[in-house]
Design a protein around this ligand. Sequence first.
Ligand SMILES: Nc1ncnc2c1ncn2[C@@H]1O[C@H](COP(=O)(O)OP(=O)(O)OP(=O)(O)O)[C@@H](O)[C@H]1O
Length: 757
Amino acid sequence: MTSGSQDQNERPYYAALYEHDLTDIPEPISKILEAYSGIPHGEQKEHILKLRNRAYEAHPYPCLGRFRFLELDLSTHPLYNEYVLPRLKEGNGQSGPIFLDLGTCLGQDLRKLIYDGVNPQQLYGADLVPAFIDAGYELFKDKGKFPPDHFVCPADVFDMSSGNKLSTMDGKADIVQAAAVFHLFDMEQQLAVARRCMRLLKKVPETRCLVLGGQAGNVNAKERVRAYGAKQYWHNEESWRKLWEEICSEEEFRDVVKRVVVQAELRERTMVLPLYGVSKMPPYKKRKLSHNSSSSEESDHEEVAVREDGEDVGDQPSTTEKEAESKTFQELGLIDQLCEACEQLGYKKPTPIQAQSIPLALQGRDIIGLAETGSGKTAAFVLPILQALMEKQQVLHSLILAPTRELAYQIGENISALGAFIGVKKAVLVGGVDMMPQAIALGKKPHIIVATPGRLLDHLENTKGFSLRQLKFLVMDEADRMLDLDFGAILEKILKNVPKEGRRTFLFSATMSSKIESLQRAGLSNPVRVSVSRDKYQTVEKLKQSFYLIPHKHKDIWLVHVLNKFAGQTGIIFTRTVNEAQRLFIMLKALGFSSVPIHGQLSQNARLEALNKFRAKSKNLLVATDVAARGLDIPSMDLVINYDLPDSSKTYVHRVGRTARAGKSGVAISMVTQYDAELWLRIEHALGKKIENHDYDAEKGEAMVFANSVSEAQKTATLEMKDLHENRGKKGATLRNTRGKKTVVKRRRDEMDADVG
Ligand SMILES: Nc1ncnc2c1ncn2[C@@H]1O[C@H](COP(=O)(O)OP(=O)(O)OP(=O)(O)O)[C@@H](O)[C@H]1O
């Protein structure tokens, strides 16, 4: 039995696997499904799997985000009847979120709880099988307990017989995606994400159990569990009992239930988060993050851990900061050709990050550079590289890695502009386009390579004669993203192909995760940390941030209201999912707005075309997933709208940083619904300031004027989305088919840079 005082880091991982893969659709569900869809019992499974795949395809990360209890299925605990249930009942109507595994095997646990008399308004579910929602509704509604106008599901819900995506339960209830509501975590979706989740779990003392589903997403959970070296359990009563025994003594369990579940006083929670009908936000409380904070945001943990453990990187001498910042490019030590290029680009004087890091870079130091979005970090690392190249010309001299394709292209353009007077040759290697022209570009012996990691590795492995053995500079832009686990394995391989000695390393970002292990992975040598941000989540002063607290069902109307207020301005609208980005684009088009979508399910050409149209101002709105959150520099951007909140404060900083760049002002508006309250508080907390709240009531009348036209446009969007999904992957289709036979289990590395959002 695990002792309560056991060191968190030593606590073993646990995994319980659900072996049954919808082999048995139990009564009365099967009957209800048949009555609804006309599909006989024997064919139901196949249908469901198909629809479920579609749903997961549209939401590759359905539930990524914050969590406390990860499918910690209390109802399987031996003390459930004696201890959990009475308290759940007691807490009816008062307690905060309770995370239970509601989904396993057709939501039976939810049913059980409802039959046991627990008010489901308190339950937060992660894993209901979409196709069963409708049937489930029927079951639950007789109990008179289920909230009348919402139904929560993990991803999209489809009509069984027609395959159409549903947005309402036949007028009975709105279907709300669990991802938008709970941000629970669906372990099955992606190995790297699951691993990250493991790390997080270790930091949440109350969470003892990790459950991987063996069924959803069609991946082999057993393999994953083996990869983690986790203990394995199977989903039956006996194994649950063993699992519970091992992870948690009775005493501990009582304690956990009491402290965390029943009272819902999750350690950092300052509020009770009612699920339905929130009209007011709870008061903002500023809390200091500490090592023991149970914030679920990975980045917060990482940063805190470093601060408390002490950095192994030196800080630059602060006395020189002011002096450095008043210098010209010449005075920083840059050669005339580079100063001239800066002048041509309209750079009158160095920005603070340039002023502080360029002299250190010219002295030969490795640098970790942290500065606000839009503060000129690109030139801060490109200029010293160009100068080094001028001093000693060499092919394949520098490698700059970026997390997304568009950013890589943009850095490439910066290199050409800054190196205009020195004849620098560069090659940009990114996924989603033919490798051959890139191989030809490599054959022309470029000085600098700008690449996304997956495609770079493809070239290292497949392009004859291409080697980075002579590399002098390695740069990671958006370094915190590059060093996070998603890129882990690929980065490791790339690092094996670059020299360890005699190579300099620059890491730059606006939000740096400086966890020591990560930095060590990047192979820094005696780095100096140049930080011009006062705060790790600092946003630019000239950025006016605000939010609307609105009911979820009015989001579209409110978006249109906000866009009307800012009519004619240039803006980017961020959504959490590809589907939502595409749907909003269609809806806005139907309403006469001039917009383009950009997300990972479009072909690379379509993505570039979208950006070009936007840059050329032939379209003034970009509807984007987080693929556009980092690095993109579009000087004319007036407005950022978070239609969906981002899943972390880091991403918030990057998203809103698409405006108010290079000293300009900008506006960022977030739409916060009743389901986002906790996440929003977390973001505010990380920013360390209170964001202005618009008066919903004051603007409601004005906004609701759009209700009818929005409703019509929504219908158009629903129909078009259906077509898009039906045609996806076909010749000329808008959406790519990312789930070809070979890609179901293993995503091609080439896709790494495409798949944000
Ligand atoms: N010294 C300078 N003076 C004026 N403008 C500059 C200067 N240096 C860079 N810029 C401009 O500032 C804008 C933002 O620069 P850049 O894209 O490098 O920002 P960043 O710090 O990398 O932002 P992000 O964190 O969002 O990636 C660009 O349009 C760039 O041309």
